[in-house]
Design a binder for this molecule. Sequence first.
Ligand code: SF4
Length: 372
Amino acid sequence: MSTTSVVYDYTRQDASGESCTAHAWAKVPPTLPAAEKAEVIERIKAQLKAQNAVLVAHYYVDGDLQDLALATGGCVSDSLEMARFGRDHAAQTLVVAGVKFMGESAKILSPEKRVLMPDLDATCSLDLGCEADDFARFCDAHPDRKVVVYANTSAAVKARADWMVTSSCALSIVQHLKDQGEKILWAPDRHLGRYIEKQTGADMLMWNGACIVHDEFKGLELDLLKKDHPGALVLVHPESPESVVAQADVVGSTSQLLKAVMEIDAPAYIVATDNGILHRMRQLAPGKKLIEAPTAGNSATCKSCAHCPWMAMNALQGVLACLEQGSGEIQVDEATRVKAHGCIDRMLDFVARNPNAISKPAQGFVPHIGAA
Ligand code: SF4
């Protein structure tokens, strides 16, 4: 596998001397007392109605936000479905509970809509680690390759790409490009890139980024945990390290892992993705035992402990503030938006023309039949 190095370091300190993850954890809003929470929820519902707005939430955000999105006609999903839902919904205002690239994708697809987010500082280590000018130089140095970027990038990086993919459809799209004889320049997640390279055999040149949540799952400790739970299936998001993916019964996007818990007949699951997804898994697969994959142990360097600090910044208070005050509005300059639209639209068009592109059986998973 070819890789290129980037200078980004998660523990980099900002001007105030804080690491970016410490800054994010410090901005996580406090849990509201029950009575106050109920009042805030009612005010949000009233604002959504009055402003013809809809709440679009990611699986990793706070369970209260997920429940509110579903209760008000919004959606809870992965980034692919969030993008499609926002584009196709009649609401004039989209409130995106997630991280900034998700709000940008919504704006790129729906420039006529107002896109609000609870906190514009909610970002992603993959986005932070792939700065647009550095990335443009990388692309310029390899003009013979198709540029394929993960959704977890800025609008400016997408503007330089030929294709955007999410973890739901990345395998199918890279396979499609390989079948056309294309060589790939891939960014930014090195683990997902390596997984796709291995599955497809495509010629991929990799950017060296990682998700701080998935990068911390530990292969050695997972092996030990499996011995304590011999009947449990291991579900792994492919942003995880190779030593973790190698032990998976199912590898897939958040939606695919959720589907696996619902459809496979097993009593227990070890889940290697952000623990925010457990909220929806418990709702859709009640009675099944869910165990978080280990980020701690002898080889621990835990900065996230299986939960994304930027996702954690999303809370009811922020949703209410952006609706009542009009704060947190996403802006993407028109020239960048038009360029970035091409690579997202190409992906959505591919998925629309190839419905199986997002439901390819992941490792060991046979939909509707049960565990292989
Ligand atoms: S969980 Fe990882 S990939 Fe997702 S937003 Fe957080 S840092 Fe980015």
